[in-house]
Ligand binder design. Sequence first.
Ligand SMILES: [Mg+2]
Ligand SMILES: [Zn+2]
Length: 191
Amino acid sequence: MRAWPARLVRRAPRPTAFLDRDGVLNHNRAGSYVTEPGQLKIYAAVPAALRLLARKGYRLVVVTNQSAVARGYMPLARAKAINRRLAALLKAAGAGVDAVYFCPHGPAGGCRCRKPEPGLIEEANRDCPADMAGSFVAGDKRSDLELGRKAGLKAFLVRTGQWRSAGKAHGAREFSNLLALARAVPDLKGK
Ligand SMILES: [Mg+2]
Ligand SMILES: [Zn+2]
């Protein structure tokens, strides 16, 4: 489900960075849910990382599981408001993202949008298609890496948030944080 922007103009395909939210863009600990907009704390390195990714030619799309809705910890409207707040905070830091999508369902819901299922990427691609060849997923959990596999995309582990839960034998390239990742991925506008 798209939380932001309310209306999205369809654009030409572009390589897209599909970014996990909690533990990648904002601080997150195991077992804790962001259920109030005021709980969003953006990592210090993230605005620079997003600016660099955008400068290198990537579209920036946030894809996030928010099972706190299904678990009854917050209403759907607040989950949307938190994601709009995220977009606003990033914009205020001079680092916009292009869209934010979330899954409000729980593990038992059987939906197609809860990562690692690829529904959020499919929804984003219906709005604004990604050039899948140059696109990637970045996340702090095994489910993000698995999402990449299911969507046919490269996936990178960012060693922030709950990255330790991903274990060792996942085979994905790792970066200390999103800025390190942004420095390492190809510059699509490079000559
Ligand atoms: Mg995460
Ligand atoms: Zn879902």
